[in-house]
Write a new protein. Structure first.
Lengths: 104, 1077
């Protein structure tokens, strides 16, 4: 970092960076302070129709148990985890309730 | 100092003095800015070449600083200095520079949050604000709706400038719902500082990852262990970490992390901190889900690989377990490698695409690899281009997709390319595709529709070239096919599809799976009709409404050209325009009456007869009168109706269509022979009764009627009886039937009516009943029963059906309708009546006015009883009641209509003893328990009677003595009131009617007043109507019947035979003596 500006300007920059930007309308990295998160509207969440798809694509886990048993139990856990996340999203109005792309 | 001013301005914190200084030296300002940019570039280049833990943070800071400087420079000069290694460019449209205003003052503390070892630490503070106290913090937590979280005291948070803010903290799991709510703006964000909002964004992102199944389990062990060497054990837990995290989104969110989030970290690095928060959130949500399951059993201390594996499965909810450090460590590494394809930072992606079938019917499935070159590459090409770690990543992703899509492992000329058959393609499009997308692959498949298309038979008709006939006899060439939505298939097409294991067709750009059972049914339907190549208009119509059978769930769709096609198109797709203000009609038609009038005009254009099946009380008579008025001048119309409504037709014609010349042909002094013909010649409408029409049919059939209208058409429901047979002899250009109950006893009634108005059109009775019954039953959308369903199947074509149950119609109806029914008198009644009058006049009148008045009133009472029924007058009468009273016949007709509509009626009479006889009689006739409510009953019995009536559902009636039941009772279960006999005081009658018409009544109340014309009944009507002229006598003011002399009494009380309606023997029109065939 350039040492020439490690004076009041650098201290102010550090402070601005510490606090972040309060005004969500001002884009980050511009005048008025250090970087801060803008507050875009969150994209609606669409729960997976196949909760265990990703773990199935990895194949049986490297555990010394019957692979079918392991896969079954893992699939059940994924179902419940997705359900928990879906409930959290639904409670906060984040669920994507639009119909899937299909016949009108 | 000048350089400091330039730096301060670049980050927006320049004071007014510094801004003044810069404005005073613009050239120097630009030079310093340029130098700063180049120095930052030098520093950036050096940082990029370095390594170490802080490298990423340094690079991020330098990039941000460079961006700020470059922007200000571009604003001042229009120059854009490209990044390290890129040429300088000048923006031709750079706006002139302008100094920003001073940075805004912010002094109020905001709610802030920092991260510390899995806990969210909240405190109050902000730029320019003093460090927040506990009170400030509590206030802000309250405003942010976070008081339900069990915050604990935390050590104060050090702030820039040396102060400390009071703090509280809670485990992430306890704050998750609140953070996600903040991120979703469901919780007030106004008082939340950037750090809280940043954490909220991370929480939302983590929730999305878990909802999409993008997490994997890993095993973490504690650093401390017990025992030693190979027997060392330690505590372990399963943790869930995010998978398939978008790199760009990660970098962007890390770049905007406020420093306050990591202020409690020893060496805060945004990227690492973001990953830690993200992982903790994903772990918390996943463990919450896993904890809902019953965990399998595991040993308390796992030492072998099997035991540790079982402990891991049992511990997916995050509970700690004790295990051999060595064994657990190895399994943890194995799990890490197992999950690496989805957790390691990699740009390699897989794109799966399925092409529509080629000419040979094969579906090409191809897999490409993204992230190796600028564009996705075929797998083999990607494996050549990629090297080292990247090639391994490609292999790992390919193995993943091949596990979910085993067809890719088939021997093929190229890896990642395979031709699928239609069954495999169907499986991929309808099932596996979703699985691949959920596993994080990019998937491109032809569009599908999951809606099952229902087959429908299609009947295409073209007028036969030489067909001379029109209308129902017009011949048409026909062709049969089956429609699956928009896709038309003939027999050959269906056979070809049926040969496939998974029939798949394309409809409106989407692939649709057709059920094999539907194909079989369609093939059978076409085979049955293969020999039918020509049909008449009548047959086409029957097919279209389902009277020739319903196949594939309904009648066929008729299209093409010709009379039948045009007729159906006109009736169904563009209903006839309503006629709201018909010429010559005095009054205003309700909207459904205007619709009915439009339909009547449509029938005339089509050359068809029809059945106007509007509920009783909806105004069929004025509607038909309006139609007759519009058609005036084309010949006489014969209206055939029961005697009770004959007078009503005449009255309503005078009222609504006064320009129609209406004549009545009925009674012993009616015309005969050529005089009837002459009457028809000078009349627009001739009114007659069923019995009269049958008696004079020999003359009537010789007249060319424009139209024959049969009112209360249920009278001809038995096609074999004399009435129906006689009326069929009448010749007319068209026929119309009016009835509120077209299906009293079943679909056979409807057939009789429709066959009368359109002979031969609807086919035989048996097939009509069978096929229309199926059409009606197949319509699952109607809850009103198969009969109503049958009417709706024909509604708008041969039938115009409207009921009071339709909300639009109910809203338009008045709350109450008063109808005056003129009832006939039998010869027995006339004889008794005359005898009473003669006796009164013969015995002489009392001298005393009061006694004379009593004499007269007693006679009036007797006369009213006779008008009711001879049995009401003759105390010891034990003869059957049937057929001895016009009022009783009319009452039975009214109750038949009421019961057919499923409604309930009250029948009021002044004579309690007659009421009891009436109730017993009606119970026997209708088969329903009908009681008589009168003052002689005990209180309990009366209350129970009322309660039973009010609670009853479906058809029902109650007879009441008007004195006992005329006031105070709530009988809103009924919406029909029949005033069987009249009294002088209209208020008493209104009170009786108001037993039903009151608060709680949801239907229109129809009040029927039964009157025998030409008798004292009618005189009561005149008194009730407020007239002082009784039977032509003008009564002086304040006079009463007691003041009349003998001659006046003879006029006032005597029977006017010209006005009496002769009651036909046998109980009136419609009385069946034979069962329908």
């Amino acid at each position: 970092m350039s040492k020439r500006r490690r004076s009041s300007g650098g201290r102010r920059a550090a402070e601005a960076k510490f606090w972040g930007r309060s005004d969500p309308e001002v884009p980050s990295g511009t005048e008025g302070g250090g970087p801060g998160p803008a507050q875009p509207a969150p994209t609606p969440i669409r729960p997976s129709p196949e909760p265990s798809a990703l773990v199935r694509s990895l194949g049986p886990p490297p555990l010394a148990v019957d692979p079918a048993v392991a896969e079954r139990h893992l699939a059940a856990v994924y179902e419940e985890a997705v359900r928990a996340a879906t409930a959290l999203a639904a409670a906060n109005g984040l669920l994507d309730t639009t119909a899937a792309d299909d016949d009108p | 100092m000048f350089e400091a001013a330039v730096a301060a301005h670049a980050i927006g914190v320049a004071t007014a003095e510094e801004q003044e200084l810069l404005r005073a030296h613009p050239d120097e300002w630009t030079r310093v800015l340029r130098r700063f940019v180049f120095e930052t570039d030098d520093a950036l280049a050096s940082a990029l070449r370095s390594s170490g833990e802080e490298r990423e943070q340094v690079v991020t800071d330098l990039l941000a600083e460079r961006e700020r400087l470059s922007r200000v420079l571009a604003e001042r000069t229009g120059d854009v200095i490209a990044g390290v290694g890129a040429p300088e460019t000048r923006s031709p449209t750079a706006p002139p520079p302008s100094l920003p205003g001073p940075a805004p003052e912010r002094s109020a503390p905001e709610l802030q949050a920092s991260w510390s070892d899995g806990r969210v630490v909240v405190w109050a503070g902000g730029p320019g604000a003093p460090a927040g106290s506990v009170e400030d913090l509590d206030r802000l937590l309250s405003r942010a709706e976070a008081t339900a979280i069990p915050w604990e005291r935390h050590s104060p948070v050090p702030l820039p400038g040396g102060s400390n803010a009071e703090a509280r903290s809670a485990p992430l799991s306890q704050t998750l719902g609140w953070l996600v709510g903040l991120g979703a703006a469901q919780v007030p964000v106004a008082s939340a500082g950037p750090s809280v909002r940043w954490l909220a964004q991370v929480a939302v992102w983590a929730t999305r990852l878990v909802a999409e199944g993008r997490m994997v389990p890993v095993v973490r062990g504690s650093a401390t262990s017990s025992g030693g060497g190979r027997n060392a054990t330690s505590r372990h837990r399963v943790r869930w970490v995010p998978a398939l995290v978008e790199r760009e989104q990660l970098a962007n969110l890390a770049a905007v992390m406020p420093g306050s989030v990591g202020t409690l970290q020893p060496t805060p690095q945004p990227d690492a901190l973001l990953r830690a928060v993200m992982a903790a959130t994903v772990d918390a949500i996943s463990r919450a889900g896993a904890s809902r399951l019953v965990a399998p059993a595991a040993v308390p201390e796992a030492t072998t690989r099997v035991e540790v594996s079982e402990a891991i499965l049992a511990g997916l909810d995050g509970r700690a377990f004790t295990a051999s450090s060595e064994v657990a460590g190895r399994i943890a590494e194995d799990l890490k490698r197992w999950a690496a394809p989805v957790t390691a930072s990699s740009r390699v992606g897989i794109v799966v695409a399925l092409d529509p079938p080629a000419d040979d019917g094969g579906w090409m499935l191809s897999v490409r690899v993204s992230g190796v070159d600028r564009h996705p590459l075929p797998v083999e090409h990607a494996l050549v281009v990629a090297s080292g770690a990247k090639a391994q990543q490609v292999e790992a992703q390919m193995r993943r997709v091949e596990r979910l899509l085993p067809a890719l492992r088939r021997p093929s000329t190229r890896r990642g390319q395979v031709v699928l058959d239609v069954d495999e393609a169907t499986e991929l499009m309808f099932h596996t595709g979703a699985l691949l997308a959920a596993a994080g692959f990019e998937v491109y498949l032809p569009k599908v529709s999951r809606r099952r298309p229902r087959p429908q038979l299609r009947l295409h008709a073209e007028t036969a070239g030489s067909a001379p006939q029109v209308g129902i006899n017009q011949l048409a060439d026909v062709r049969w096919s089956v429609l699956f939505d928009d896709l038309e298939l003939d027999a050959a097409g269906i056979a070809a599809l049926a040969a496939e294991a998974e029939p798949l067709v394309q409809v409106r750009g989407r692939w649709v799976h057709i059920e094999r059972a539907d194909l079989v049914a369609a093939a059978e339907a076409l085979a049955e009709r293969a020999a039918i190549t020509q049909l008449s208009g009548a047959a086409l119509l029957r097919h279209a409404v389902g009277l020739e059978g319903s196949v594939l769930g309904g009648p066929p769709r008729l299209d093409g050209t010709g009379w039948a096609v045009d007729l159906l198109r006109g009736a169904r797709s563009s209903p006839p325009a309503p006629i709201a203000q018909p010429e010559g009609f005095v009054g205003e038609l309700r909207h459904y009456q205007a619709d009915a009038l439009g339909w009547l005009a449509f029938l005339d254009r089509a050359g068809l007869g029809g059945c106007l099946a509007m509920d009783m009380g909806l105004g069929k008579t004025p509607t038909v009168l309006a139609h007759l008025r519009l058609d005036q001048g084309h010949g006489p119309v014969l209206v055939v109706c029961p005697p009770a409504v004959l007078g009503n037709w005449a009255v309503e014609a005078r009222r609504f269509t006064p320009s129609l010349k209406v004549a009545t042909h009925h009674g012993p002094r009616r015309l005969s022979g050529d005089d009837i013909v002459a009457l028809a010649g000078v009349s627009d409408v001739v009114l007659t009764t069923y019995a009269t029409a049958v008696r004079d049919v020999d003359v009537l059939e010789g007249i060319e009627w424009r139209r024959v209208v049969v009112d209360e058409a249920q009278a001809i429901k038995n096609p074999a009886n004399e009435t129906a047979q006689g009326l069929r002899r009448l010749r007319s250009w068209s026929r119309l039937a009016l009835t509120g109950t077209p299906i009293e006893n079943g679909l056979g009634d409807l057939w009789a009516i429709l066959d009368f108005v359109n002979p031969g059109l609807v086919g035989g009775r048996s097939s009509f009943v069978e096929h229309l019954g199926r059409v009606a039953s197949a319509d699952q959308t109607r809850s009103s029963g198969p009969e109503e369903g049958a009417l709706q199947a024909l509604n708008g074509l041969l039938v115009f059906r409207r009921t009071k149950a339709e909300p639009e119609i109910a809203a338009e109806l008045p709350d109450k309708v008063d109808k005056l029914d003129h009832c006939g008198m039998t010869a027995e009644q006339v004889g008794l009546y005359q005898a009473v009058v003669d006796r009164l006049l013969a015995q002489g009148l009392e001298e005393d006015a009061n006694q004379r008045k009593g004499q007269v009133l007693a006679a009036i009472t007797a006369l009213k009883q006779i008008c009711d029924h001879p049995a009401a007058y003759l105390a010891d009468d034990d003869q059957p009641l049937t057929g001895r009273s016009g009022k009783l016949s009319r009452l039975e007709e009214i109750l038949a209509d009421v019961f057919a509509a499923g409604e309930r009626a009250l029948v009021f009479t002044h004579f309690a003893s007659w009421g009891e006889k009436l109730a017993r009689y009606l119970s026997g006739r209708t088969g329903r328990p009908i009681h008589c409510y009168h003052g002689g009953l005990a209180r309990g019995a009366r209350d129970q009677m009322i309660e039973e009536f009010q609670k009853g559902r479906g058809p029902g009636a109650l007879v009441l003595s008007i004195k006992a039941g005329g006031s105070g009772l709530n009988l809103t279960a009924a919406n029909h009131v029949v005033l069987y006999d009249r009294w002088w005081n209209p208020a008493v009658e209104d009170q009786a009617r108001d037993r039903a018409w009151r608060i709680g009544q949801r239907s229109t109340v129809v009040a029927h007043r039964l009157v025998c014309p030409g008798t004292v009944d009618e005189r009561v009507e005149e008194i009730v109507a407020g007239k002082r002229r009784i039977a032509g006598l003008v009564l002086p003011a304040r006079s009463s019947l007691g003041d009349l002399d003998v001659d006046q009494l003879r006029v006032a009380l005597g029977i006017n035979t010209d006005e009496v309606i002769e009651e036909e023997p046998g109980g009136g029109a419609g009385e069946d003596t034979e069962e329908a065939a």
